[in-house]
Ligand binder design. Structure first.
Ligand code: 5GP
Length: 199
């Protein structure tokens, strides 16, 4: 059976990552999202093993000590990490695993797993990103400026990414993501191994 690949999707707050990923998951049945572990308590409606694996701090530290995470970080007092086991099991089953994480976490994973495909979602322009953040209506003007600044910093840090998808329309962005996934499976490696064996 074809082995799955790991894809990391990063991009600024407000660019529409969530919408694009949701549409991709509906389009491709060979794609699943990685489930992270966290020490934060579940929010209403969240279930263990679905949104996150909810762990106590001791268990999380134990997983860190046992090298169970591809990467982990602390964010406003809670720990978050990508469990290796979940990702590897899904890939063995032929699933392409999608990780939605920030550039720093992505670059950390890319060192450990250089075969990981890094994709950054861009807005059509910085002005358009600002417009979308304003339209979302969840942030004050100061916070929007901070998010824009952060978005530009992340983009600068993402120059080692292999692909940049522009989210002008969701349909076009999904088409690009789908094409990247298909193309990545046409690379030499798993594709040519069996044929080389028969030479
Ligand atoms: P929340 O508590 O709102 O679900 O997530 C808080 C932050 O943690 C978000 O920015 C989310 O993207 C990030 N996050 C969730 N899981 C992971 C993970 O496994 N690794 C990293 N680096 N960040 C994560």
């Amino acid at each position: 059976m074809k082995k799955g690949k790991m894809f990391i999707v990063s991009g600024p707050s407000g660019v529409g990552k969530g919408t694009v990923i949701k549409a991709l998951l509906e389009l491709r049945k060979d794609v699943c999202m990685s489930v992270s572990a966290t020490t934060r308590p579940p929010r209403p409606g969240e279930m263990d093993g679905v949104q996150y694996y909810f762990l106590d701090r001791e268990t999380f530290q134990d997983w860190v000590a046992r090298d169970e995470f591809l990467e982990h970080m602390e964010y406003v007092g809670n720990c978050y990490g990508t469990p290796k086991r979940y990702v590897d099991t899904a890939m063995e089953k032929g699933q392409n695993v999608l990780l939605e994480i920030d550039v720093q976490g992505a670059l950390e994973i890319a060192v450990k797993r250089p075969e990981t495909v890094l994709i950054f979602i861009l807005p059509p322009s910085w002005e358009e990103l600002e417009r979308r953040l304003v339209l979302r209506g969840t942030d004050s003007p100061e916070k929007i400026q901070k998010r824009l600044q952060r978005a530009k910093e992340e983009f600068r840090a993402a120059q080692a990414y292999q692909y940049f998808v522009v989210n002008d329309t969701v349909e076009e962005a999904v088409r690009e993501l789908d094409a990247i996934m298909t193309a990545e499976h046409c690379r030499p490696g798993a594709r040519t191994e069996a044929m080389l064996g028969g030479l």
